[in-house]
Structure formats: C-alpha cells, structure tokens
Design a protein around this ligand. Sequence first.
Ligand code: SAM
Length: 225
Amino acid sequence: NLSERLKRVASFVEEDTILADIGSDHAYLPCYLVHAGIITQAIAGEVVKGPFESAQKHVKSEGLEKQIDVRFGNGLEVILEADNVQTITIAGMGGPLIASILEAGKDKLTSVENLILQPNIHAKAIREWAIKENWKIVNETILEENDKIYEIVALKKGQMQLTEQELLVGPILMKEKSTVYKKKWENELNEWQRIVDQLNIIAQSTEVQEKKEELEIKIALLKES
Ligand code: SAM
C-alpha cells in the first residue's frame, strides 16, 4: 500500500517514460508505477547497502526484475547514457540534498526531460538550483500525511524567473493557496515569530540583532505573498 505522498509523486509521472528513481529505498515508487501500467522500465538507485538490498528483495518478490533494474551507486551515477532515462524522481530527502545530487550529476541530465522532486524540507534549494541550471517549474503540489506536510516540484527544461517570495513558497502553490499551504506557512510564521520574540528578550548583541532582522525580513516577505 503506497503512501499518499508517493502516490502524488507517481501522479506526476508521464506514461511510458523511462524512469530513474534515485534514493529508491524499497523501490516502492517504481514497483507501483509498473504495476499500474504507467511505465514499463525503470532504474532504482540506492547508495546505502540496507535500502539497496530492500529494493532488490521487493522488486524480486513483486516479480519485476525484468522491468526494474536495481543499481548500487551515488546519486545519478547509476544512470548510463544507453538507458535513455527521460524522467528522474527523487523523493523523501531534504531540498538541499536533492539539489546537491542533481548538481553532482549534471552531466547525466542531457537526455532527461522531467525531474519530479519531493523535498521533505527547504524546497527553496531546489527552486534556486532549477533557475541556475535552466529548468522551469511546470507543476507543484503540497499535501499533508501523518501530520507532516510535503511539497512536490516538477521541472522541465526551460527558463523561469521567480520573485523572492515565489522562491520560498513556490509560484504555483502561492497562486493556489490551498488549505495545507496556508497551514504550512502559518506554522512557519508562528515559529519565526516565536524566535524573534525570544531574541527580543535576550541580550541585544549585534549578532542577535542581525538574526532577528533576517527573520523579520522573511516574515515580511511571507506576509506579502
Ligand atoms: N524515495 C523513497 C521515499 O520517498 O519513500 C525513500 C526515501 S528515504 C528517506 C531516502 C533514501 O535515499 C535512503 O534510502 C537513502 O539511502 C537514499 N539516498 C540518500 N542519498 C543518496 C544518494 N546520494 N544516492 C542514492 N541514494 C541516496
């Protein structure tokens, strides 16, 4: 039974695309996509032995060894030119880690058309990387599962410009302003405000002042968005 989070990632995957799921753990996502008849070929990449073996076991138990190739390696290094990978999914990690995996594997992205990324935190790092490397946001979504809020960002090649607010909260999510989105940013605002209040009470050193001002700018940006 796939989590709602991974189902939503799966819903962004185009039919018949050749997929590489990086940091696949149990390879739940590629297995689901093949069983659902959405794709027929995938690579599941893992850099840690335990999850790599879990992926191998799960793919075998599902009888999908012919369709899903489980490979051991760091980030995009498991992708070969001959694979003709069109879509990469990276889910369940922090935004900065996802961005660093993409940055380190840049040379593997020439044939790739779609990046579907699900950062657990700090999606901003992904939007910043996308702008720098000429990828544009084509879709975004936000969901809550088990008291956690997740964002999904889908990219295709192309240029985009984002304001400071859009970088932080996501251009599409900002327009939609869903209930979950409002909840996420209300929580963040409350947390930042709590810190500012505490900084106001403790010693007024320059360092503390700077931290406080930095947070106040972020709060103002978010309130405007
Ligand atoms: N993608 C699955 C999901 O969303 O449920 C698993 C998420 S799990 C929290 C993150 C996985 O990414 C771990 O199994 C970890 O070993 C793997 N991972 C982290 N850094 C990686 C890298 N540089 N290359 C490949 N796998 C990586």
